[in-house]
Write a protein that binds this ligand. Structure first.
Ligand code: GLN
Length: 477
């Protein structure tokens, strides 16, 4: 048995029964990372204290203390989430040498439940991108085909879980950055409701859309991670005080009474027909299993990408203003006066995609464009939200493909607009603040396909119930 193939729930059982130790697992993973990650490049840094921390966990277990739900399990963390004493680079020259002085709330939470932070994973610079090609450290590769991208922006986290280089990984999702790489790497990727999980310690880009999520090998592990990371946090005023149920109680239930909604028309013309067919086949299987499937209108979703790009750029413009050479990280040495220092620091410290978003944001918020673009986008966002509210009066969950295409080759999407348009299924969900998951739905040409399940606000219980049902159905169980 290779322990690294186990899920969290299988491995914690063995650790608690002292049949394997957290040190053994952590050491094995570090060896694997040293060997395999040279070509995959899913990690930016590995925690030099991981084995020490695992040892402490084993000692706790030996003393009979409760090790928590993630007892000694190594977890990877996207490099835009702060871990005390470790680099938090956002894959940017701007933060290349920045070490975080504190832990994000999610890090406190996973540690309280016994997790070992194994390392920080690669990403698109400041989480802008869908391919992890925009990293100053170089791209991550897709474990299923090294010539292809792992998706993004949390591509390192997705690839690390998929290649068995950690048991679970945290990511962030403002427009699909957890779900799209999960689909591309054949793993489960869940983005909770906006407000369900604290974002304290996540480097902000688009504050009204950003959400921390995670990757796991299966749905049961996703339920465990949901239990651990959810809940209100006084340090994040957008986190909401709503009870956190035990999500594992929604697994293995008969979900047949849940009504499924599918959009009544294609949200975009440019979708790989094989993906469409694959998702339709999966839905057929659910119908065969006795579920009700209903088409629902989402009349404004087709404007989602335009709205998303305007809002992301505008919000990023203000959030990224803090990287000015004074407060954090990199400062250019090439200056004689203050303004020149700002300009040269940002000029040399930020990559082309980040600059593109900042410039677009400045344009969208300028006197002439504010009303016709920014304000209009906010209004359409309200309509998109309303569409979902109406749909959820008729159905319990909505199912769509996660992506419009299969994992593409490096460099294939060098035109930014092409890259932006591929987020249509995921970005609408962020605009509405809803929870959604991508789960594996088989393969096409040996490349993984993802199926997205969307639920109403704070109904991650339905996502877990439905996802575990589909997981069983698709496995034929
Ligand atoms: N691909 C999207 C973008 O580049 C999503 C990014 C994200 O979710 N962080 O904007």
């Amino acid at each position: 048995m290779n322990i690294l193939n186990l899920t969290i729930w299988e491995a914690t059982e063995l650790i608690k029964r002292k049949e394997v130790s957290s040190v053994e697992i952590t050491e094995q993973l570090i060896t694997e990372i040293n060997n395999k990650d040279k070509e995959l490049h899913s990690y930016i840094s590995v925690n030099p204290h991981a084995v020490e921390e695992a040892k402490e966990m084993d000692e706790k277990i030996a003393k009979g203390e409760d090790p928590g739900a993630l007892a000694g399990i190594p977890v990877a963390v996207k490099d835009n989430i702060c871990v005390k004493g470790m680099p938090t680079t956002c894959a940017s020259k701007m933060l290349e040498n920045f070490y975080s002085p504190y832990n994000a709330t999610v890090i406190e939470k996973i540690k309280e439940e016994g997790a070992i932070v194994l390392g920080k994973t690669n990403m698109d610079e400041f989480a802008f991108g869908s391919s992890t090609e925009n990293s100053i450290f170089g791209s991550t590769r897709n474990p299923f085909d090294l010539q292809r991208v792992p998706g993004g922006s949390s591509g390192g986290s997705a690839a690390a879980v998929s290649a068995r280089l950690c048991f679970s990984a945290l990511g962030s999702d403002s427009g699909g950055s957890v779900r799209q790489p999960a689909a591309f790497c054949g793993v489960v990727g869940l983005k909770p409701t906006y407000g369900r999980v604290s974002r304290y310690g996540l480097v902000a880009t688009a504050s009204s859309l950003d959400q921390i999520g995670f990757f796991t090998k299966d749905v049961r592990d996703a339920a465990i991670m949901m239990n651990v990371v959810s809940g209100q946090d006084e340090k994040d005023s957008t986190s909401v005080d709503i009870d956190v149920p035990d999500y594992t109680t929604f697994l293995d239930k008969d979900a047949k009474n849940l009504k499924i909604g599918i959009p009544d028309k294609d949200l975009v013309s440019d979708i790989d027909s094989r993906i469409k067919e694959r998702v339709a086949e999966s839905i057929e299987k659910l119908r065969d299993a006795g579920m009700t499937v209903k088409t629902i209108p989402l009349p404004h979703a087709e404007y989602g990408m335009a709205v998303y790009n305007i809002l992301v750029s505008a919000e990023s413009l203000s959030n990224l203003a803090r990287f000015d050479g004074v407060k954090y990280g990199f400062r250019s040495e090439d200056y004689t006066e203050l303004y020149q220092m700002y300009a040269n620091t940002r000029g040399a410290g930020l990559g082309p995609e980040v600059k593109r978003r900042i410039m677009l944001g400045a344009c969208m918020l300028s006197v002439d464009y504010y009303e016709p673009f920014y304000l209009k986008a906010k209004k359409i966002r309200t309509l998109i939200k309303k569409d979902f509210t109406e749909a959820f009066k008729e159905v319990d969950v909505i199912i769509t493909p996660t992506t419009t295409e299969l994992p593409f080759r490096f460099g294939e999407k060098s035109e930014p607009l092409k890259m932006y348009l591929s987020d249509i299924f995921t970005a609408n969900v962020n605009l509405a603040g809803l929870p959604a998951v991508s789960i594996p739905a088989g393969f096409i040409d040996k490349l993984p396909v993802g199926l997205q399940i969307i639920a109403p606000h704070f109904r991650e219980d339905r996502i877990i119930g439905m996802a575990s049902f589909i997981e069983r159905c698709l496995k034929g169980g």
